[in-house]
Design a protein around this ligand. Sequence first.
Ligand code: ZN
Length: 242
Amino acid sequence: MRYGLISDIHGNLEALNAVLEELGRERIDRYLCIGDIVGYGANPKECIEAVKTIGPEIVIAGNHEWGVLDLLDPEYFNEYASAAVTWTKKILEKEELDYLMSFKLSGSIGDITLVHGSLDEPSRFKYIFDTNDAYAAMKLCKTRLCFVGHTHAPGIFYADEKRVARSPGLSVTLDSSKKYLINIGSIGQPRDGDPRASFAIYDTKTGGVEIRRVAYNIEQAQEKILRAGLPAELASRLAQGR
Ligand code: ZN
């Protein structure tokens, strides 16, 4: 089974299309989506439509879905995120909101668990930045693999009997004596200094997990953000991948 994993699309249709084109060449059997389809970018409707079209086996709710659905305290969001949530809420229709409402906070399939932020109180959307955060999530994980998003910075953590550590690089062949927590990064607003869209492929036969990057038309996504009247910062940061 080959899984295609996507997360933090954030209304960036140019980035999503580039990723789906790449995944289209990868003999993917099942798609999994880890949340934040909307927010920041100018094409939330089109991104919802594109995700619906590939029909992921599981779609997890992100904090931006919860923001748009009024399930989070507005104080949770910073100025730019809050402007994006308000703008997105205005343009989505009932059918789209109903779709977002159907997402769960966590889910599992086979040897995979999915959550947007952390398994440590999923509804609080905690960030996993370091090995301590990873430990808190991994001890709650009942499967050997947990995929997350939310920080927009891809990375691989593993745990053996002794410790939780960060694995170098962005691909790994799973070792049956270890558990893994893998952040697949963001499609629509990467923040690790690499502006290319980030996504992942998990092949259960080879035990290989690979985080991949693909370039997309950033200028076009930026232009749409500015034209929509969203904060200019949301456009400029795409070029820096910050
Ligand atoms: Zn996000």
